[in-house]
Design a protein around this ligand. Sequence first.
Ligand code: ME8
Length: 512
Amino acid sequence: MPNNFYITTPIYYPSAKPHMGHAYSSIIADFFARFKRLQGSNVFFLTGTDEHGLKIQRAAEKNKMDPKLFCDQISKTFRDLSTTLNLTNNDFIRTTEQRHHKSVENIWNILEKKNEIYLSKYSGWYSVSDEAYYNEDEIETVDGIKKSKSSGSTVEWVEEESFFFKLSKWEKPLLEFYQKNPKFILPDSRRNEVISFVKSGLKDLSVSRKSFSWGIKVPNNKDHVIYVWLDALTNYLSALNYPDIKSKLYQSFWPATLHLIGKDILRFHAVYWPAFLMAADIPLPERVYGHGWILSGEEKMSKSKGNILDPLEIINKYGLDPLRYYLIKEVSFGNDGNISQDKLEDCINSDLANNYGNLCQRVISFTEKNLKLSIPNKIVFNDDDLKILNIFKNEHDNLIKYIDDQDINSYVNFIINQLFAANKYFNDQEPWKKKADIERLNTIVYVALELIRKITIMLNPIIPESSNKVLKALNLNADKIKFDEIKTHESLPQGKKINKLDILFKKIDKND
Ligand code: ME8
């Protein structure tokens, strides 16, 4: 059933070039976007860059550049990465764009008109790296330096006139909302974290800064720039033509289906964002999913820690699909995950080369040698055949549920199990010994090709390029495939030709 599905990644700070953590969020979002399209949904997938605030201003100063020119340069590296990662994003938003300024000013004016904002003075701790205010109890002193306990970033003391958003007023409505919408924040551990933070009491939030200028000006007081998080979060609306709420994009895609973010920015998305929206009388998104961190050793991979793995280097060395597969499979989704080149190589060898690649190669070569690359006809399924083919039909609804619950690992495990099962089927059925029984030989090959077709459809959102090669070998049109087609057993046109397939994944010699 076609329905609308709006998925977003965080908009990344162009303070330095993108790293594996950014690639991770974007690849996962792309996986969901591709899957939902495969299912027939009307998908809008948004990513982009978050370009205002002190963090960016300082990064530009450090590089002796005008902030806008600095952002132009680095934002482009994020845009280019989207292409390199084969993302199917429908838009790439930059917060320095006019359409976004208009949208943020509009939200600000609504909040002001509704009396949700007042002028006062802020004195407290601020982390420029996180662009976040911290309470005294969220700070610790390490080697004489005040740091945020949660992120470890250095904080500085700020005292200045500031506009405040009446966040405290939304404490109860937020708790009621979480209660009524138990899947608004996932995974559950993050939901509990947010609920206890809100229960511990919300203070009004400073939503403007006066001591620097790189941002969107407060409409009626040009001495202030709007707090970068109020600015940034609004991007999710700006890309849908907000404030033109009659526009087709807004009508089709708001409220967002899924904001996919890292757990570091949960508070902004699961507390501040719904509070801003409630206050402005705008419907709330359906879900915020806070995934875990990609770790390097025991630490979060991050620009400021300098322990980054460059996605471009990895892609140049191993190819894109292996990286996409590895990140989607290897990290237990929702939790932190350690990644390494060594484990990536193991994953390429075991799952991609030995399991999927081998299945495709041996079945297609067998078809070439014994059936001149024709899809066999005169087939009669026996119980063994139906058993293995039916698993997909029987599990179809569960597989969709996994995706709708963001349970990526169960989805991938199913694929891996079916790859083992399909290889085992081909071994156990020994078609090479059935040359005297052509009907049985034909049927085994047909079943094996059907299994490849089903698994290849399932793999399409994960490794699109390789999956498309296999679909092409089977003479199927990659643009026309649908997820539901994993349920059928006789989709391959009997008697038609298939094509030879080049090696899909090269095995890596680990002794090199
Ligand atoms: O926070 N592991 O931008 P940002 C996994 N501009 N994911 C990681 C990661 C890691 N080691 N490091 C980064 C911002 N990420 C704001 C967002 S949204 C309205 C504004 C991913 O450049 C993860 O999704 O610091 C994280 O939430 C995001 O990048 C932070 O990117």
